[in-house]
Design a protein around this ligand. Structure first.
Ligand SMILES: NC(=O)c1ccc[n+]([C@@H]2O[C@H](COP(=O)([O-])OP(=O)(O)OC[C@H]3O[C@@H](n4cnc5c(N)ncnc54)[C@H](OP(=O)(O)O)[C@@H]3O)[C@@H](O)[C@H]2O)c1
Length: 225
């Protein structure tokens, strides 16, 4: 997708000064800035991994039981972004209504593989979730993005996920731009480096840099191909 189609893939993360993507305080101010930057990319396919999705459910209030309405495809504004989750392991079985209900999410699309448990596919079909099967064990990300960009006529995929999904995408050459909000904090011993699973050096060209009050810095790079 990144080479022969017009869809751009942007990775957006918030990190500490020492590069950690977790184990810092996520205050309202930090969340506000993170989502302000996400919003600055406009209408996108908003992508994340299953572990990020699972953690976020707890972070943003926890799960409540499904109701009848959760079984139907919602009718929402066309201006909203579709959200896409990678989930070959069916981690989100029984949980997807949390996302379908979000006022910011047009609906959630699920990427699965040929190894995904059939009961998860039944769960998705019964609730009219759009899903795509690509890849044998894990999801074939490139193939999925090609299909999604055609199906949803999108110009930008924005991945807002942890190290697992972002590093897999970087290693497969599927990311065009990296957007980082750098916090004025050092995590130190509990730091988990966002880029520690990257297989080989990635060269970057700066597109934009902006400082926010409070010592926050937004860095935006293009990946040199
Ligand atoms: N600081 C930030 O900006 C930021 C942003 C988002 C999340 N987070 C934090 O990050 C943490 C979660 O990070 P994580 O790394 O554990 O989870 P993650 O990014 O959700 O990564 C796991 C996902 O990556 C997929 N994946 C991994 N390798 C793949 C490959 N080779 N091909 C296809 N799919 C692949 C997995 O798919 P399968 O399940 O199909 O195997 C799974 O969906 C949470 O604590 C969350 O709060 C931080």
């Amino acid at each position: 997708m990144t080479n022969n189609k017009k869809t751009k893939v942007v990775m957006q993360n918030t990190i500490s000064l020492d590069g950690s993507f977790i184990n810092f305080e996520t205050s309202q101010e930090v969340m506000g800035l993170h989502y302000q930057i996400v919003g600055s990319f406009g209408k996108v396919l908003y992508l994340f991994g299953s572990n990020t999705a699972k953690v976020a459910i707890e972070m943003f209030g926890g799960l409540t039981p499904e109701t009848k309405d959760d079984f139907m495809r919602p009718q929402k504004s066309e201006d909203l972004s579709y959200w896409v989750v990678v989930d070959s392991e069916a981690v989100l079985k029984g949980k997807l209504h949390f996302y379908r209900r979000s006022e910011y999410c047009r609906d959630i699309i699920v990427l699965v593989s040929e190894s995904t448990d059939k009961s998860y596919l039944d769960y998705l079909k019964e609730r009219e979730y759009d899903f795509l099967v690509a890849g044998k064990k894990q999801v074939d990300l490139k193939k999925s993005f090609d299909v999604l960009s055609d199906r949803y006529k999108t110009s930008t995929v924005l991945v807002d996920s942890g190290r697992g999904l972002t590093n897999a995408m970087l290693n497969q050459g599927l990311v065009n731009e990296i957007s980082l909000l750098v916090l004025p904090v050092i995590v130190g011993g509990k730091s988990e480096n966002l880029f520690s699973n990257i297989a080989k050096q990635v060269k970057l060209t700066e597109l934009k840099e902006r400082t926010f009050p409070g010592g926050y810095i937004h860095l935006h790079y293009k990946i040199d191909k």
